[in-house]
Design a protein around this ligand. Structure first.
Ligand code: PLP
Length: 452
């Protein structure tokens, strides 16, 4: 056992230590070598050391170096070392974190983490927290609670009776909602298309003047952190608009909700606590390993009604906080452990410093592009920057060359009808030197391509 684990540690350490100086993109040869993983499974067991050595040989080189301090694609965090360590330990503990009675330690860790998170994010302290796989499932989980709550008030038990014959339900959503929100609506039987879309302004925020009349029985899905601009919907105003209706306001804050952890940026989300539920990711800006997302729900009973399992063989009686009462899964890993480790390590000031540093780095990018006379399409209020170098053709060529150079990695988006470069600063290590080095490469490539 110990040789095996020592070897795994050696491989992982070597990987992490070289991370920031590696080419980020997967090279052609490494990609080709993945074919070595595919063979007819032999009949007899193979030595464990041989298994992991082979995995390290072929898998590791073909990994995208997403945890690099110069990876700016999608919205992707790395993993704080303390969360990698806690993740290894919790894998060894292998707790099936469904029931408090059987896994009291990891259930307790989730209770404490929940309390800390609600405080850091400034959300109502009695809200229920679900530790799920990511923001997609966090949105799904919170919207399941919304579905329960609104239908229950309309006199319909959706968990028991389903949706056939249910009262009418209005769903209001931004025209720039993340595609995974539609996926959640589809999975909940609420339909991707049965939605009323609200127009957005030049920053991708819901335009309150275009808001439809809110009917009885409605769910309004807002966004904290537009995937392109980082802008936040006017959530407080929206909550005021719906407050006398049988309505539920949900906030998809996959990364943007973390603005609340910073006294400098929380103005973006003033009044967000008036909403009924919030979704965010820990594997993005909190920089814990995948897969880790969070749903917070003000009305605990609605979440429990939507998620709880009541089977007679399960020891739920007199139990404390059963994690599975809040999540779609019964059996799952103890993902709260990594969140606990990072929060304990950073403290509230560390989380704030992380958010502020990433936002400052995004500003540095924007200033660098602007100084070189390139158009930054968004007001850089958070960690996102969208750049237009002049035309779609130019943008595509520049992005392609930047990825091939592979010093840094940038995202591609279509925003406001323009194919552009999107940069997201979400990694715990990224600092102003990383930005400077990346800017130098991107601007040099842009000049070369423009000069051709
Ligand atoms: C606003 C928003 N919502 C939802 C998601 C989905 O998150 P995940 O991929 O963690 O499920 C993302 C991912 O980038 C996002 O930015």
């Amino acid at each position: 056992m110990s040789d095996l684990l020592d070897k795994a540690k050696e491989f992982a350490e070597a990987y992490l230590n070289k991370m920031n100086n590696e080419k980020i993109q997967v090279g052609d040869e490494a990609r080709k070598n993945l074919s070595h993983l595919d063979f007819d499974l032999q009949q007899e067991p193979v030595d464990e050391l041989e298994v992991i050595e082979r995995m390290n040989k072929y898998i590791e080189p073909a990994t995208m170096k997403m945890t690099s301090s110069k990876f700016f694609g999608f919205v992707i965090g790395g993993s704080y070392p303390v969360s990698i360590a806690s993740n290894w330990m919790s894998t060894a503990w292998d707790q099936n974190t469904g029931l408090e009675k059987t896994t009291p330690a990891t259930a307790a860790v989730e209770s404490v983490s929940s309390k800390w998170l609600l405080k850091i994010l400034g959300l109502p302290k009695d809200s229920a927290t679900a530790f799920v796989t990511g923001a997609t499932v966090a949105n799904f989980t919170a919207l399941a609670a919304a579905r329960n709550h609104v239908f229950k008030k309309a006199g319909w038990d959706v968990e028991a009776d389903g949706l056939i014959g249910a009262p009418d339900l209005q769903i209001i959503i931004s025209e720039e909602s993340h595609p995974t929100v539609y996926k959640s609506l589809a999975m909940l039987g609420l339909g991707r298309n049965r939605v009323t879309k609200v127009k957005t302004d030049d920053q991708g925020r819901m335009d309150i003047s275009s808001f439809p009349e809110v009917k009885e029985n409605s769910i309004v899905i807002t966004q904290a952190g537009n995937i392109n601009s980082g802008a936040c919907d006017p959530i407080s105003e929206i909550c005021d608009l719906v407050k006398n209706k049988n309505s539920w306001v949900h906030v998809d804050g996959a990364f943007g909700l973390w603005a609340k952890a910073s006294s400098k940026h929380k103005y973006l989300l003033e009044g967000v606590e008036k909403a009924d539920s919030w979704a965010t990711d820990a594997h993005k800006w909190l920089n814990v390993p995948y897969d880790s997302g969070l749903a917070f729900v003000k009305h605990k009973h609605a979440l429990k009604a939507a998620m709880a399992i009541t089977a007679s063989y399960l020891p739920t009686e007199n139990a404390g906080r059963n994690p599975s009462d809040y999540t779609p899964e019964l059996s799952r890993r103890a993902r709260g452990v990594d969140i606990y480790a990072v929060l304990h390590h950073l403290g509230t000031s560390g989380v704030e410093e992380l958010v502020n540093r990433c936002c400052a780095c995004a500003k540095q990018f924007a200033e660098g592009f602007a100084a070189a006379d390139y158009k930054v399409m968004n007001d850089v209020v958070l960690n996102q920057v969208v750049v237009d170098f002049g035309s779609e053709e130019l943008n595509l060529k520049i992005m392609d060359a930047v990825q091939k150079d592979s010093t840094c990695w940038v995202g591609q988006t279509i925003w406001k009808g323009i194919t552009a470069m999107r940069i997201s600063v979400s990694n715990w290590q990224t600092n102003s030197q990383d930005v400077e080095e990346s800017l130098n490469v991107i601007l040099k490539i842009a000049e070369e391509i423009k000069g051709k």
